[in-house]
Unconditional design. Structure first.
Length: 99
């Protein structure tokens, strides 16, 4: 049985640069595989200061509530992503389901 090398040095460089960029943005490596090159990264949910946003919403007559709702939707859940190199040597990122 023949084995094919899916990645070259250029795609591996891009792969590791993407991982380092994600870790700088608050993601933590959960699972890492060198053979297939893939990494599962996780970012915990962030705490939102609701009292501050309520004060700003009252101060701006409700206009700040749009920002507040956006922050609640985007920051208040755990994020898991998969960064990998496919069989053709292309780098991709995909969302993972979280329990």
């Amino acid at each position: 049985m023949e084995t094919y090398q899916f990645t070259n040095d250029k795609t591996l460089d891009q792969f590791y640069k993407m991982i380092s960029a994600k870790t700088r943005n608050g993601f933590v490596i959960v699972e890492h595989n060198e053979k297939l090159p893939y990494v599962v990264l996780c970012r915990e949910k962030k705490v939102i200061k609701h009292f501050l946003h309520l004060f700003l919403t009252c101060l701006t007559f409700g206009l700040w509530s749009i920002v507040w709702i956006y922050l609640i939707v985007t920051l208040s859940r755990k994020q898991n992503i998969l960064v990998a190199v496919d069989e053709d040597g292309n780098l991709f990122e995909d969302k993972c389901l979280s329990a």
